[in-house]
Design a protein around this ligand. Structure first.
Ligand SMILES: Nc1ncnc2c1ncn2[C@@H]1O[C@H](COP(=O)(O)OP(=O)(O)O)[C@@H](O)[C@H]1O
Ligand SMILES: [Mg+2]
Length: 243
């Protein structure tokens, strides 16, 4: 295995707050890695830094052997970093297929090719029957799928999924888990943020735990869930007072 993504000593400050503190992680090609941790731990911030929504206060991001720290988001997307947003960002007044075409246009300027690609990706994501409805008419689980489809249409090497399995019914989240596995089977490396450990742990090869902006621990899921530091971070104050 070779490294696809590395963050080196990445720190992100917002005014007085340190959202990421000296975060060094790496993701190998072909892995599914779970980035977990309590609310406010800095998971989405790290995603934003990897995808290029903004530049880190300090530190370096290396993708596919290249220092991409100074590159804007669109150029990182060109190089193969695809992402979803925790707060779904579909173009509501466009149809489902049009939303995915926007992603496909990253790789081609020929509309017919982009449309064909978008249909393939929608079929892969189980959304083909909804291709012509407005994005605003989708139910929440379908909107998450649309986010994944649009990101996949950009043909990423690395797919960043921010809480795409959160808030779904058990059946929907199981379908989501299967979709992530199928994505990986096509050769795409996956780094996924999930708040709910029960959903993400059976799926990932490796888990990285963030807490208070720092890497608390990383390892195999079975070891991570048993670690007292992780249990304390998740249970927080309730644990401390013995509730
Ligand atoms: N754009 C921003 N401006 C100011 N503070 C932010 C911004 N984004 C995140 N934060 C803060 O950084 C911390 C980490 O947030 P976030 O990365 O969203 O955590 P998580 O995704 O793990 O829940 C929080 O305290 C949050 O309020
Ligand atoms: Mg988040």
């Amino acid at each position: 295995m070779t490294i696809l993504l590395e963050t080196r000593n990445v720190t992100q400050r917002f005014a007085g707050l340190v959202a990421n503190s000296n975060v060094s992680i790496s993701v190998q090609r072909g892995e599914i890695v779970g980035l977990i941790g309590p609310n406010g731990a800095g998971k989405s911030t790290l995603f934003n830094l990897i995808a290029g929504a903004f530049r880190p206060t300090e530190g370096t991001i290396v993708f596919d052997g290249e220092d991409v720290t100074a590159l804007p988001a669109a150029e990182r997307c060109q190089r193969g970093i695809g992402r979803t947003f925790q707060v779904v960002k579909s173009f509501e007044s466009m149809t489902v297929i049009e939303n995915v075409i926007v992603g496909a246009l990253v790789r081609t300027t020929v509309m017919r090719d982009a449309r064909r690609k978008a249909h393939q990706v929608l079929a892969f994501c189980g959304l083909d029957a909804r291709a012509d409805v407005l994005a605003s008419d989708l139910v929440p689980s379908e909107k998450r799928r649309l986010e994944v489809a649009r990101a996949l249409a950009t043909e990423p090497k690395l797919l960043l999924l921010d809480e795409v399995l959160t808030g779904l019914t058990p059946v929907e989240s199981q379908k989501g888990v299967e979709l992530v596995r199928r994505v990986r089977d096509t050769g795409v490396t996956v780094l996924m943020v999930e708040h709910v450990m029960e959903i993400v742990m059976p799926l990932v090869d490796r888990a990285i735990v963030l807490d208070l902006g720092k890497v608390l621990l990383e390892g195999k899921p079975a070891d991570v869930v048993r670690d007292p530091k992780v249990i304390t971070a998740y249970l927080g104050d309730r644990h401390a007072v013995g509730a």
